[in-house]
Design a protein around this ligand. Structure first.
Ligand code: GAR
Length: 180
């Protein structure tokens, strides 16, 4: 599969995928990294010699994805809602830092997820990779992995633990999709 990774921030999930690709962990190829802004994570793409596109223009994005024959879009910390135009044309998966359906939907992104999990004194959290449909954090689940957070003293502690899980589960999800 030709993959486009969409990011908005630090890009550690993107980095995990780039490392996995380098190690031949999966057969797919990351052919483009797209961001809605000048995200720090774009530097990982540049280091690996992957083309990048910074754009909020759906038509420009779609043209680029068609040109690169993209089969799969991976949202890796991409924060804007993906437009219906893109959803209708491409298969899209997303990584979310909670055990969906818990802590998903409007307002649940990044550290805000972990703040709520911490406030609710949850004993476990985790990460979910799911298909993207028109409703936020709602598509079918591809993979989910749990982590014990009973020793975490802050939302940031939880974030750190969950992020490690994310880096494993995202590359595993791609491998799983290649086998379907
Ligand atoms: C990750 O924790 C990802 O799960 C989350 O943003 C972070 C991006 O980190 N995504 C969402 O909350 C989407 N709802 P990264 O830029 O270091 O990969």
């Amino acid at each position: 599969m030709n993959i486009a990774v969409f990011i908005s921030g630090t890009g550690t999930n993107l980095k995990a995928l780039l490392d996995a690709q380098k190690d031949n962990y999966f057969k797919s190829k990351i052919v483009e990294v797209v961001s809605n802004k000048n995200a720090a994570g774009l530097n990982f793409a540049r280091e690996f010699g992957i083309d990048t596109l910074v754009s909020k223009d759906d038509s420009e994005i779609i043209d680029r994805l068609r040109e690169k024959k993209v089969d799969l879009i991976v949202l890796a910390g991409f924060l804007p809602k993906v437009s219906e135009k893109i959803i209708n044309e491409f298969t899209i998966i997303n990584i979310h830092p909670s055990l969906l359906p818990k802590y998903g939907g409007k307002g649940f992104y990044g550290i805000h997820v972990h703040e709520k999990v911490f406030e609710n004194m949850e004993k476990e959290s985790g990460a979910t990779v799911h298909y993207v449909n028109e409703n936020l954090d709602d598509g079918d689940i591809i993979l989910q992995r749990k982590v014990d957070i009973s020793d975490c003293k802050s939302a940031q502690d939880i974030a750190n633990k969950v992020l490690k899980i994310e880096h494993g589960i995202l590359k595993d999800a791609i491998k799983k999709l290649e086998e379907i």
